[in-house]
Design a protein around this ligand. Structure first.
Ligand SMILES: [Ca+2]
Ligand SMILES: [Ca+2]
Ligand SMILES: [Ca+2]
Length: 445
């Protein structure tokens, strides 16, 4: 049997949809109400998180917020008492991580580097970016004299070792290494820079330009030769006519942007005093998801426990049933929505190769080859079943949940409720002239 004859393919089948289980959603700070909020991806089921533990109120002047999905925790900044805090998703076990002493402090945006177990925040008045452990110890200054009027919002690209941030009352966006070295000015000319968000894989920077009332993006390649101006042709404008947009977060697999608008210019723009979302390319109108008193920052728990929840995350609220049906393929990339759900690929954007690949491995019979495949799949759902089937002729396929033909040899957790599974055949593939694997995706009870 030659390697060339080993093939994998992907197919799916659909069972009846009944489940509407929820796992993830949108977290945001309502500064005006001094409340931490949580809601579904489409803005429904809005609730105020009730805190217990070290504090029963998040603070009198709350700002940036970040969520740790594996740890099930929310981190946030309170400019009232000048401190950084965290609590469980359900509000229990709140902890004061760090209190800035000496006054004249303005802790603003926060970010997490979970891989290195580090917590970042920027302090606008003290004009610095700092980090600590996730427990608030070992506080370190990363960037000093961060911006002419202080740093306000930021984002991390941990894989590339970069931090991005903007100037509170100025128009610049900066980048540096995570240790503060290699500082660059990327862009100038915003009215007031607010939320920034980087998409590492596509090399794109998204940001909010407060009193120009816009959301922009620009390829990172445009900054390769030094700072560019907002008027540079590489800068794209995705949304205009907003009110007073502030915090920004990207949902990269769903290709959506979420932002908080404080309503400081209330009545003069769209989405004032609300959390809204739009598309990476600005191709459809913004959706106002929920209103508050003064929404300041937003973050996402991207997990989905059911197809119904994933549909709320990836499609517009007014999307047609024909478009959102599990069998539909609205982006015409050959992957039905059910498979896009299983793989966490975007259902409205043609997906590239979705396989991590197949290979020959070892098994119980010494010296014999076993056919294996490694792939990403959604975990923790109530309605998704992935079964790897085997065939020697592409006609007869064997393998079901009840009568498996393969076994999982490794499952590795990934971000956003996904996992990487490695599966091999139960029996060696010696003696076959050809051998095929396929992954079936079933959505249903
Ligand atoms: Ca303060
Ligand atoms: Ca598709
Ligand atoms: Ca797709």
């Amino acid at each position: 049997m030659g390697m060339a004859m080993i093939r994998r393919c992907l197919c799916w089948c659909l069972l009846t949809l009944v489940s509407v289980a929820h796992a993830g959603g949108v977290f945001w700070t309502d500064r005006g109400a001094s409340q931490l909020k949580r809601m579904n991806f489409d803005g429904t089921a809005l609730q105020t998180i009730s805190l217990s533990g070290a504090v029963s109120s998040p603070g009198s002047n709350i700002r940036g917020l970040a969520v740790d999905v594996p740890g099930q925790r929310i981190y946030w900044a309170d400019n009232g008492a000048d401190r950084l805090l965290r609590a469980n998703f359900d509000g229990t076990s709140s902890v004061i991580l760090h209190t800035v002493t000496g006054g004249n402090s303005f802790p603003a945006d926060v970010r997490l580097d979970l891989g290195n177990a580090e917590f970042y925040w920027c302090d606008q008045l003290r004009n610095r970016i700092q980090r600590s452990t996730l427990g608030g110890t070992s506080v370190t200054e990363i960037i000093t004299t961060a911006a002419p009027t202080g740093p306000y919002f930021m984002d991390l690209d941990v894989a590339a070792g970069k931090i991005y941030w903007g100037d509170f009352d100025g128009g610049a966006i900066y980048r540096a290494n995570l240790d503060g070295s290699g500082r660059e000015t990327l862009l100038t000319g915003n009215n007031k820079t607010r939320g920034v968000g980087v998409h590492p894989a596509e090399g794109m920077l998204y940001w909010i330009n407060r009193d120009d009332k816009k959301v922009h993006r620009c390829p990172l390649s445009a900054f390769a030769s030094g700072a560019i101006a907002l008027t540079d042709p590489a800068v794209q404008t995705l949304y205009t006519g907003l009110d007073t947009p502030h915090g920004l977060v990207l949902d990269i697999p769903a290709r959506k942007l979420y932002w908080a608008d404080t309503g400081g210019n209330a009545g003069t723009g769209n989405g004032d005093r609300a959390v809204s979302r739009g598309d990476f390319d600005g191709s459809t109108p913004m959706e106002v998801l929920a209103t508050g008193t003064e929404p300041w920052d937003v973050d996402l728990d991207r997990r989905c426990a059911s197809y119904a929840e994933w549909r709320l995350r990836c499609f517009r609220r007014d999307a047609s049933a024909a478009q959102t049906d599990p069998a539909a393929d609205p982006d015409d990339d050959g992957l039905p929505n059910a498979v896009e759900y299983a793989l966490d690929s975007p259902p409205l954007h043609a997906s590239g190769s979705v396989f991590a690949g197949g290979f020959l491995t070892t098994g119980p019979v010494a010296g014999a080859p076993y056919h294996a495949v490694k792939f990403r799949r959604r975990a923790g759902t109530s309605d998704l079943t992935c079964v790897v089937q085997v065939s020697t002729n592409l006609i007869t396929w064997l393998g079901s949940a009840a009568e498996p033909q393969t076994t999982e040899i490794e499952v590795r957790p990934l971000a956003d409720g996904m996992e990487e599974a490695t599966v091999r055949t139960l029996n060696p593939v010696s003696g076959y002239t050809s051998h095929f694997l396929r992954i079936t995706v079933a959505v249903g009870p």
